[in-house]
Design a protein around this ligand. Structure first.
Ligand SMILES: N[C@@H](CCC(=O)N[C@@H](CS)C(=O)NCC(=O)O)C(=O)O
Length: 198
């Protein structure tokens, strides 16, 4: 199973992290982002949006980190990570949507400005972060994990861009419950870090 990958990408790290925790073997195919490899074949044949991660598993080819998490968890990870029940799936999905929206446009976008120099509205990234992070902080005051009272793909989706949020000027020490949750993730068996993580 191949993952088209970039080590400093939080979206790619979501997949590497989950695969490590669930014991799923991946063959990483590093993509030279600076050379624009993601905007050429074979990546664009697999994902015309020219974005990574992309997973290829036999005949199955998938773009989008969250779709890949659901696929891997359903196909290889077991119900611990992606539950069977409708209400439970909905509970996990809420967090995958927060990951694709508020985390992507908040802490991730703040890091894109500060670390990679993208011309985004930094003020807006901090405003979005200021909505999702206090919400998570409150949720984690009475919950050890984001969903279902156990580690799921929800945690794997949200953790990466918070683990490197300091690279976007966001101080996670202001959020003790989120910080404690991040320590719980780091303590999971087979945890792997990403570059820049503290
Ligand atoms: N929704 C996608 C977003 C993927 C994404 O934006 N990937 C970045 C790297 S972290 C990328 O390839 N950007 C290039 C571009 O958007 O042109 C996911 O969750 O995987």
């Amino acid at each position: 199973m191949k993952l088209y990958d970039l080590d400093v990408s939080g979206n790619c790290y979501k997949v590497r992290l989950f695969a490590a925790l669930a014991g799923i073997e991946l063959t990483l195919v590093p993509v030279d982002f600076m050379a624009g490899e993601h905007k050429r074949a074979p990546i664009t044949d697999l994902n015309p949006l020219g974005q990574i991660p992309v997973l290829v598993d036999g005949d199955v080819s998938l773009r989008d980190s969250h779709a890949i998490l659901v696929y891997l968890a359903r196909a290889y990870g077991g119900h611990q990570w992606w539950p069977e029940g409708a209400a439970q799936q909905g509970e996990v999905m809420q967090w995958l949507s927060n990951s694709a929206n508020e985390i992507q446009n908040g802490p991730n976008a703040a890091r894109l400005v500060d670390k990679f120099g993208l011309p985004l509205d930094k003020e807006r990234t901090l405003q979005v972060s200021g909505i999702i992070l206090p919400f998570m902080e409150q949720h984690l005051a009475s919950n050890e994990w984001l969903a279902l009272g156990r580690p799921t793909i929800a945690d794997c989706a949200i953790f990466p861009y918070l683990a490197v949020a300091w690279e976007g000027g966001i101080d996670m020490a202001e959020y003790p419950n989120i910080s404690a949750w991040m320590e719980r993730i780091k303590a999971l068996p087979n945890f792997v870090p990403m570059p820049g993580m503290r």
